[in-house]
Ligand binder design. Structure first.
Ligand SMILES: [Zn+2]
Length: 351
């Protein structure tokens, strides 16, 4: 490996060491590998400044020593990470890319996937809104899980109606304070493996927009193109969330004829998501390049479950910049008015 060693490479070294270890040592290596993607500074910068690597999340004295040795003497290895850990960006890399395109950060209007304490998130809607305002957004979209996903505290139609009142209250307070910011109403609707939703259509029609995602049968190894086409054809959804369903070092995700999937999304004028949760990063750069070729619209969502996680969105910006996606194909660059106009158009043409 070349010097200086980047956090992404350190993550892979940590993960492959973890594979050789057992018990709590294995866990410590894996935890640090996960964390390395979100370290706020390159580890090699810390050592250059004579700072301790234990400043980094999930790094204790033992791992600090190990990482220090790697930085001083990068191990000889040329093999790419296994597929289950391939094509993940680190925050530091993403932020370098964004720094070279500062207008991307400035013009980004919002974040279109996050969970509140109505399902499996920790933040209230007001707290998520404050996190969005802190990032300079005009809107966030609250996308709690729906009732079919019990394990994540999915909500039903009557809870969704109660949530509407809370969101209206938050928006009214923000307006009173003069904030040019609004919370949009949405859900991350649970899709069955044949693309069907689990919510009443009238309840969905009252939402500003609807994201739909698969959360089951994600370890199938056969081609899943048909389920994606069915999901995109579902008239209730405008955005297909975390399409592949991969999770770092845990699940590789589904296989499909992606060119066909993205071409159908483009024909229906629907969006496919870059879920920027650091363990997901789904779509990744490789699939984004195919989406670009097919002309599909892209949506960015941090998939935050805590207010601080809105920072994950930088990973989506970085991936889109690397893939050469144009800003006008990314719906998060639309004003709130244009975004809602697009939703109306998509709804109109599928009914
Ligand atoms: Zn999800």
């Amino acid at each position: 490996m070349e010097k200086p060693l980047r956090n992404r490479q350190i993550a892979e070294l940590l993960a492959s060491e973890g594979e050789k270890a057992e018990g709590y040592v294995r866990k410590a290596f894996f935890r640090a590998a996960h964390a390395a993607f979100m370290w706020p500074i390159e580890a090699c910068q810390l050592t250059k400044g004579n700072r301790s690597l234990t400043e980094l999340d999930a790094v204790g004295p033992f791992l600090a020593k190990t990482i220090f040795k790697w930085i001083e003497n990068p191990p000889e290895t040329n093999s790419p990470p296994p597929e289950i850990r391939r094509n993940f960006l680190s925050l530091t890399e993403a932020q370098e890319l964004i720094a070279a395109h500062s207008e991307w950060r400035e013009e980004l209007k919002g974040d279109l996937q996050m969970h509140s304490n109505w399902s499996d998130g920790s933040g209230t809607i007001a707290e998520m809104a404050q996190a969005g305002i802190a990032r300079g957004y005009e809107y966030i979209s609250i996308t709690d899980h729906t009732k079919g996903l019990k394990i994540a505290g999915g909500i039903n139609e009557s809870e969704l109606a109660e949530q509407a009142e809370e969101i209206a209250g938050v928006n009214a307070n923000l307006k009173k304070e003069g904030a040019k910011f609004q919370v949009l109403r949405s859900v991350e609707m649970n899709l069955s493996p044949n693309g069907e939703g689990d919510m009443d259509l009238d309840a969905l029609a009252k939402l500003d927009l609807v994201l739909g995602s698969f959360h089951s049968q994600l370890r199938k190894t056969t081609d899943q193109t048909e389920r994606y086409l069915a999901a995109l054809e579902n008239p209730a959804i405008q955005i297909l969330g975390h399409p592949r369903g991969r999770v770092y070092n845990y699940r590789g995700g589904l296989k499909a004829d992606w060119a066909r999937v993205f071409a159908r999304a483009a024909a229906l004028d629907k969006a496919v998501e870059v879920d920027a949760y650091s363990d997901r990063q789904d779509l990744d750069v490789e699939l984004l390049q195919i989406a670009k070729q097919e002309g599909a619209r892209i949506s960015f969502g941090s998939d935050s479950h805590h207010p601080w996680q809105l920072n994950f969105l930088d990973l989506a910006l970085g991936a889109a910049l690397l893939a050469g996606i144009e800003k006008d194909r990314i719906i998060n660059f639309m004003s709130r008015g244009d975004l809602l106009k697009w939703v109306r158009k998509v709804r109109g043409s599928s009914s």
